[in-house]
Design a protein around this ligand. Structure first.
Ligand code: SAM
Length: 319
């Protein structure tokens, strides 16, 4: 369905947990919020009910994220319930890949189509530093397993931070030489205190592109995707640039987010949220009406350019 600004909203990102097994410096460096002693995450049944209503309102694509979605023991049940809903055309996941080697086969069997994997460094020590203790080999094994299963294109998400991992841009681009991989460079956002306090560490994607004349622009095929794609001549994969800080792409935004504790956040860069869990016991027609209203009211655009501070870090919203 269309929102009040005429955008077709058809994509929902679902955070299935705010817990994570890593403590990325730009997301939750203390790991405090990631511990989450009592888990108030939506159940598979609740997730299915909300998604059904969203599908009635026009949602066609789902991304499962977190926190770290593979920490949920019932993740395959969640995927299978959602994948079976009539009207769902695509279901994918964003993960840090730590548990992917052993779980990717089951995820695929449950109905998952594609996987995005976060990877901020190819150097084991630096990977450990950025992720607060992560083991690079496990994430790399997860990437290889996903490729082996043919869940392509495998998308790699890299948040670039000046002085920390910007010396690895060309090595990351090299991953696309022989593999059907899309490496996507994401500008650091003021979600969580690191991004908000380190705006000087943001690397603008335009500068990366200008410095690499070998990159060839690829015509956009998916208007709803925030990434602009390039390719190195003769390479198998692609390089994507996601530039929320230097280019507002809100006019083309087609997404809303569902937090693990049952709030709909229609815009990442706007702290407005609606508690949808509270409405789950309403009659279906009343519930559907609330869902439609949330979509209609999606804000025009984000506020990253001002003094925006998000009330939640990314692991609590679902990146
Ligand atoms: N645990 C999963 C993972 O690591 O991919 C999913 C959740 S993580 C919050 C989702 C994405 O959000 C990751 O690709 C991460 O790099 C990105 N992210 C988190 N905080 C960010 C920030 N401040 N700026 C830009 N991207 C961020």
């Amino acid at each position: 369905m269309l929102d009040q600004y005429g955008r077709k909203i058809e994509y929902m990102r679902i955070s299935v947990t705010q817990k994570c097994n890593l403590k990325c410096i730009y997301c939750d460096p203390d790991g405090e919020n990631c511990k989450g002693s009592e888990d108030d995450s939506l159940t598979p049944r609740e997730l299915e009910k909300i998604t059904r209503s969203m599908v009635n309102a026009g949602i066609r694509k789902i991304r499962i994220t977190g926190g770290e979605p593979l920490l949920r023991r019932d993740i395959c049940e969640i995927i299978s319930r959602i994948a079976k809903i009539d009207g769902i055309e695509d279901i994918c996941m964003t993960t840090n890949g730590i548990h992917l080697l052993k779980m990717a086969g089951d995820l695929k069997a449950a109905g998952l189509r594609r996987i995005n994997i976060s990877l901020d460094s190819l150097k084991p020590e630096k990977f450990k530093f950025i992720t607060g203790g992560g083991d690079l080999k496990r994430t790399m094994d997860g990437i290889d397993r996903t490729l082996e299963l043919g869940m392509t294109p495998v998308k790699i998400n890299t948040v670039l931070i000046k002085g920390i991992n910007d010396d690895e841009i060309d090595d990351l681009i090299e991953l696309t030489r022989n593999r059907p991989i899309e490496v996507r460079f994401i500008e650091l956002m003021p979600m969580g205190s690191f991004g908000a306090d380190n705006r000087d560490k943001i690397i603008h994607n335009d500068d990366l592109i200008a410095a690499r004349p070998g990159l060839q622009y690829q015509a956009r095929t998916d208007k709803g995707s925030p990434a602009i794609y390039y390719q190195m001549d003769g390479y198998n994969g692609k390089i994507g640039f996601i530039s929320p800080m230097s280019h507002q792409f809100c006019a083309d935004c087609n997404r809303i987010r569902l937090t693990s504790d049952g709030k709909i956040r229609p815009c990442l860069g706007n702290n407005g949220e609606v508690n949808i869990r509270q409405a789950l016991n309403l009659k279906p027609e009343d519930f559907n009406q609330i869902v439609s209203q949330i979509i209609r009211d999606k804000p025009r655009g984000h506020h990253f350019d001002k003094d925006f501070k998000s009330t939640r870090a990314m692991h609590m919203i679902g990146g």
